[in-house]
Ligand binder design. Structure first.
Ligand code: ADP
Length: 192
């Protein structure tokens, strides 16, 4: 079992690099944002709640996201070999709970990769994605809110993992291949 957290601000490339990681290591990918968007599209009870928060650029309350994550882990046999966590944890509380969840299942967070990209570049990438995909929360007003929430509530997670010696910052400003080769070097050093 090998569990990777791919971490960073909105637009830093978590989803893109997760795809590279899936191809390379065959791990199961859990994107909490993607699961929430699927719930919204299917108009589930969770989706109806999540829609309100996501439109405002706010985080979904911890207990809802945590319950959702546990359900995925409980019902997905492929996740037993290891998971790429993309978009989770987003609060220190979620990080603490993730340790407990994995511990219960005989695992731990084995590597945390933090993609670092300058703010102006993040905004440009997200607005471009919004134009290309029509993703509803990828507009300037919501992006600014999401970046505020990232700085106030999500970035303390860096301190949490740094204290444990598991946080690896990666320069996320280069090409997809360039960023991935840095990530791969780090993961391979941890896997030994
Ligand atoms: P991005 O990283 O580009 O903001 P995501 O798809 O990871 O995109 O997340 C989209 C939105 O889903 C977030 O702005 C937030 O509202 C919600 N969300 C995703 N993951 C979490 C989480 N772990 N805790 C709370 N809210 C979450």
């Amino acid at each position: 079992m090998f569990n990777i957290v791919i971490f960073g601000a909105p637009g830093c490339g978590k989803g893109t690099q997760s795809e590279q990681l899936i191809n390379q290591y065959g791990l199961y990918h859990i994107s909490t944002g993607e699961i929430l968007r699927n719930n919204i599209a299917q108009k589930t009870p969770l989706g109806k709640i999540a829609d309100v928060y996501i439109k405002q650029g706010q985080l979904i309350p911890d207990q809802l996201v945590i319950r959702m994550l546990e359900e995925v882990l409980d019902t997905t046999p492929e996740a037993k070999d290891g998971v790429i966590f993309d978009g989770f944890p987003r609060t220190v509380h979620q990080a603490e709970i993730l340790d407990k969840i994995l511990q219960k299942r005989g695992g731990k967070v084995d590597a945390v990769v933090g993609l670092e990209v300058e703010e102006q570049e993040l905004i440009e990438r997200i607005l471009k994605r919004g134009r290309e995909t029509g993703r509803e929360d990828d507009n300037l007003e919501t992006v600014k809110k999401r970046l505020d929430v990232y700085h106030s509530t999500t970035s303390p997670v860096i301190g949490y993992y740094t204290e444990k010696g598991s946080y690896q910052p990666i320069d996320g400003s280069g090409s997809v291949d360039d960023v991935f080769s840095q990530i791969k070097r780090h993961i391979d050093s941890k896997k030994k």
